[in-house]
Write a protein that binds this ligand. Structure first.
Ligand code: ADP
Ligand code: MG
Length: 337
């Protein structure tokens, strides 16, 4: 936490210095200027103690132990048992009650999706074509995430933040495309930010998906997911919902997610969920996930926000780490945290 505090304070100091000197804040930087800050690869990031560590432009603060079952108050999900009901906030249910068809057949039925390179670049999805150095940070995050999930026998991670605009959707999509390069891993990416669904726009997806229909059990998987390659399924949402928390904690949602897991058989599920402030959607959805990542924006999230959210999340699920996003300043000798 000291490191993230240091980074946030430095980013804020830099912003203030820029403000007085008339420089642009990060949000106003033209897209093509979005570059990783100084990038000094660590010798072997996987051998460090932090389970998820990331260089610029994103920084992952020290998370709890990679094996979250070591931490008091956090425990690993139990071995999946067929047909288990929701078993509590720290152990998302995984065992499918439905067996429809071989997952390969279900995946084949999904509409193939080929994103537009320029659109992806414009929206800072750097893991798609991997021409920007910044993708390395996401790849490291992906590998650490995979290790943490496998070690704890988890499959699902939700990505949230204290407030809106911290970069949840950007992070979720980048992680998902980074995982898509991992050909032995099936990944499902879902837009659960039902009040403010942005994933389809960001991806340039024209299909009119309805996550609300999928979650209330009236929507079919084949109609509400597209497939990138053979290993990434993406479910978005065209229209915002008014009272998502009620939908998210409805038994029908648990059943629908169980069906999705049963049909698509994903190794990793990334849920892009709403910010924590101003709604009860996150609390309503947490019982469906194994762990969370918290995204903080270097120049707008306060350390108190991070602290409060981490504590609140930690009481309900396993917090895998904090990602410090939009961090354009990193100390020269400490590029990685
Ligand atoms: N690392 C980053 N550096 C600069 N801008 C970013 C970064 N991550 C996200 N953004 C921008 O911040 C804005 C909000 O990002 P988004 O992912 O939609 O946030 P959220 O989903 O948390 O509301 C978008 O314009 C996005 O392109
Ligand atoms: Mg979003």
């Amino acid at each position: 936490m000291d490191r993230i505090q240091q980074a946030i304070e430095k980013a804020r100091a830099l912003r203030e210095a820029r403000a007085t000197g008339g420089a642009l804040p990060v949000q106003d930087v033209p897209e093509q200027d979005w570059r990783p800050a100084e990038h000094t690869p660590a010798p072997d990031p996987l051998d460090t103690e932090d389970p998820l560590r990331l260089g610029a432009p994103l920084v992952v603060a020290p998370a709890p132990a990679e094996d979250a079952s070591d931490s008091p108050g956090r425990r690993a999900a139990p071995e999946p048992t067929r047909g288990s009901p929701l078993s509590g906030p720290h152990s998302a249910p995984r065992a499918p009650r439905f067996h429809i068809a071989k997952p390969e057949l279900v995946w084949q039925k999904l509409t193939p999706f080929k994103p537009d390179r320029k659109q992806m670049h414009r929206n800072r999805i750097v893991t798609y074509d991997r021409t920007e150095e910044a993708h390395i940070s996401y790849d490291i995050m992906r590998t650490r995430l995979l290790r943490a999930l496998r070690k704890n026998n988890w499959t699902s991670v939700a990505i949230t933040s204290p407030t809106a605009n911290c970069g949840k959707t950007t992070t979720s999509i980048n992680l998902a495309f980074s995982l898509a390069h991992q050909k032995d891993t099936r990944t499902v990416l879902m837009d659960i930010d039902l009040r403010c669904p942005q994933m389809a726009n960001m991806l340039g997806l024209k299909e009119s998906h309805s996550m609300a229909a999928l979650l209330d059990g009236s929507g079919e998987i084949a109609r509400n997911f597209v497939r990138y390659g053979d290993t990434l399924a993406i479910g978005t949402n065209e229209l915002p919902s008014r009272y998502p928390a009620e939908l998210l904690q409805n038994k029908a949602a648990a059943k629908a997610l169980e069906r999705m897991r049963g049909e698509l058989k994903p190794d990793v599920i990334i849920y892009d969920i709403p910010p924590m402030s101003g709604n009860d959607d996150v609390i309503a959805f947490l019982p469906h996930v194994d762990c969370v990542l918290l995204v903080a924006a270097a120049e707008s999230t306060t350390i108190d926000d991070v602290d409060r959210c981490e504590r609140e999340l930690g009481a309900q699920t396993n917090v895998l780490g904090v990602i410090l996003n939009k961090c354009r300043y990193l100390p020269e000798q400490d590029t990685y945290y």
